[in-house]
Design a protein around this ligand. Sequence first.
Ligand code: IYR
Length: 233
Amino acid sequence: MSTSNEQAPQRPLDFERLEEDEMQARAKAMYQRYDKRRTVRHFSQDPLPLEVVRKCILAAGTAPSGAHKQPWHFCLVTDPGIKGQIRQAAEQEEYRNYHGRMNAQWMSDLQPFATNHIKPHLEEAPALIVVFRQTWQSDSSAPKGKSQNYYVQESVGIACGMLIAALHECGIASLTHTPSPMDFLAKILGRPSSERAFLLLPIGYPKKGCQVPDIQRKRLEDICTEITPKTAG
Ligand code: IYR
């Protein structure tokens, strides 16, 4: 990508304005589908159609980003040896988290989810997607050979949300996993020093009989405040 002082060429937006009935129907169906997504911790070892996963990664890569820098990189890991290395390193970090690094309040907030430092899903899930954020990018035309990226956390966070939604839409379950610190991921996967791991996402089909915590989502009134025009009078 080159640094340029020119505006990008423009082209007409491809956008279809929908009838309101159609908007209502889509909103309802989309919410119902999204509401069925659950974080899954028990995966079947059945392989996934990777072409579907690649399309989901392409969908995530359509996310908006600061100055259109697209400051993300996705590693799709199916190699059992590498998954084993990731599990071993993640469990080492998580052991320290569960034995002193997380405070009592944090440990108590996690109790409903019955998590611990043992992470079999990192090997059982047929694939792991490791998302990296790029703090800068090599660019021979930029000063010092590096181009800056902007709003990296926000951009990559949005891309991850889109990835999780895309996978769910295609019938693939995921677990948002953020073993911290995650520096071991860049090392194991040979990523450059411009990148930091952002999210580790085991993906696959849920194991037969998979159970999830029976938890409730907040209601619209709890998550949304409407600031409407004051009525006249
Ligand atoms: N990273 C640890 C602990 C953990 C933290 C949160 I916040 C969670 O929602 C779940 C787990 C782990 O993955 O076990």
